[in-house]
Write a protein that binds this ligand. Structure first.
Ligand SMILES: [Zn+2]
Length: 163
């Protein structure tokens, strides 16, 4: 299982890096796997579209639903290079994926990647009305964390996504 997780996370990392891996290009990648196959793989596309909701996980969930013709992604696992933000965590709950696996966690990166100061998005999963969804972090954590600004990076305010 862990080897499979690492295999799929490597795919998510490759997608994250597909347009370069400079942190300023927001290299976030996500793949959704069902029955041993990738049914969607997307990169963050907020700047390109432009669409503030076009996070990698949102785009992958949309693509997976479009391609399967299904509203629900039961039995699927969503792999994300970074702990999903609140929006993407809620979208994972709504899409009915069974598992969320992420690489770098909230404490491994700059706070710019999250919207809430004190609410950890993990709490959304633990507090969800669903009891058939799990979230696990730290898969290829080091490889994922190097894609992002570190916890103590000194960034100009106009580079900080959540200001
Ligand atoms: Zn997100």
């Amino acid at each position: 299982m862990m080897q499979d997780d690492e295999r799929w996370m490597r795919e998510a990392i490759a997608i994250a890096r597909s347009k370069g891996s400079d942190p300023s290009t927001s290299p976030l990648g996500c793949v959704i796997v069902l029955d041993g196959k990738i049914i969607a793989g997307e990169r963050n596309q907020t700047h390109e579209l432009p669409d503030a909701t076009a996070h990698a996980e949102m785009m992958a969930i949309r693509r997976a639903c479009e391609d399967t013709g299904e509203l629900e992604l039961r039995g699927a696992t969503l792999y994300s290079t970074l702990q999903p933000c609140g929006m993407c965590t809620m979208a994972s709950i709504w899409s009915k994926v069974g598992r969320v696996v992420y690489g770098a966690g909230r404490d491994d990166v700059h706070p710019m990647y999250f919207e809430a100061k004190h609410v950890d998005t993990l709490a959304f999963i633990h507090d969800a009305y669903r009891d058939d969804i799990v979230i696990e972090g730290g898969c290829l954590k080091a490889e994922c964390a190097v894609l992002y600004y570190g916890p103590d990076a000194e960034l100009p305010t106009d580079e900080q996504a959540n200001l």
